[in-house]
Ligand binder design. Structure first.
Ligand code: KIV
Length: 272
């Protein structure tokens, strides 16, 4: 049946910090719509990320770059309506926080006011520190995101593991400390060597959530559609599939088509 927590209290950034302190791992998944958010929240997840991976998963884009502020707000509002317990974190989309601090604050305030989400996530380190500080100053909790940051895919040119070389690893550690000092309540580390992630989790007091960053961090995040096996083609090493919904849905739809074609649906009890 899995892990259903007895603790029905709303998850807060403060409670995530307590989880780290007592060594309880933090579970986090993405969701982009009301129905999935209700299921994931009801199953006991601690944090729901309205990720800009909605650009790929929901809209079929190749990257996360095209998704707009209004589209993210639409997804965030849908998710918030379905959640009772989990902390809801929303990704600020590409181009909405890098231009100026004032624009970052204005866009962040809009997401928070309209969606009623609990916190925001921004990709990057020192380069975006002024924006992060401004958001925190106006009272918005910020989750950082270092390592593979998909909004910079055109700069990286590849989705390969990041920070394997010393210089990039040192910059990542430096950035992680800066984010903590700036007041971020947590950091996502994506696709970096497990040893490096472990070091960051040990050096920092705030919870470190990994995706492709090994097990010695404070929590794990996956894209919901990936862990449910909805897309067959995506098979990175870090991904564990907990279901094969692609096959289950394909079989169910095939069965329905067959029933309709053979006049087996609806039957007499399924009509008025
Ligand atoms: O957008 C997203 O789904 C993410 C996770 C991969 C952490 O940022």
């Amino acid at each position: 049946m899995g892990y259903i927590t007895e603790d029905k209290r709303k998850v807060t950034t403060h409670r995530l910090r307590e989880m780290k302190e007592r060594g309880e791992k933090i579970s986090m998944l993405t969701a982009y719509d009301y129905t999935m958010a209700q299921i994931v929240d009801g199953a006991g997840i601690d944090v729901i990320l309205v990720g800009d991976s909605a650009s790929n998963v929901m809209a079929g884009n190749v990257t996360t770059l095209p998704i707009t502020l209004d589209q993210m707000i639409y997804h965030a509002k849908s998710v918030v309506r379905g959640v009772e317990r989990a902390l809801v974190v929303v990704d600020m989309p590409f181009g909405t926080y890098q231009i100026s601090e004032m624009e970052a604050v204005s866009n962040a305030v809009k997401i928070m006011k309209v969606s009623h989400a609990d916190a925001l996530k921004l990709e990057g380190g020192e380069e975006i520190l002024p924006a992060i500080k401004h958001l925190i100053q106006v009272g918005i909790p910020v989750m950082g995101h270092l390592g593979l940051t998909p909004q910079s895919i055109n700069k990286f040119g590849t989705y390969a593991v990041r920070a394997k070389e010393d210089a990039e690893a040192e910059k990542l550690i430096h950035d992680a400390h800066l984010l903590e000092e700036a007041g971020c309540f947590s950091i996502v580390l994506e696709k970096i060597p497990a040893k490096l992630a472990a070091r960051v989790a040990k050096e920092l007091s705030i919870p470190i959530i990994g995706i492709g960053a090994g097990g010695a961090v404070d929590g794990q995040v996956l894209v919901c559609a990936d862990m449910l096996g909805m897309n067959k083609g995506f098979t990175p090493r870090f991904l564990r599939r907990y279901a094969d919904l692609h096959t289950i849905i394909t079989d169910a739809v095939g069965h329905y088509v067959e029933d309709v074609k053979n006049c087996n649906f609806p039957n007499e009890t399924e009509q008025y």
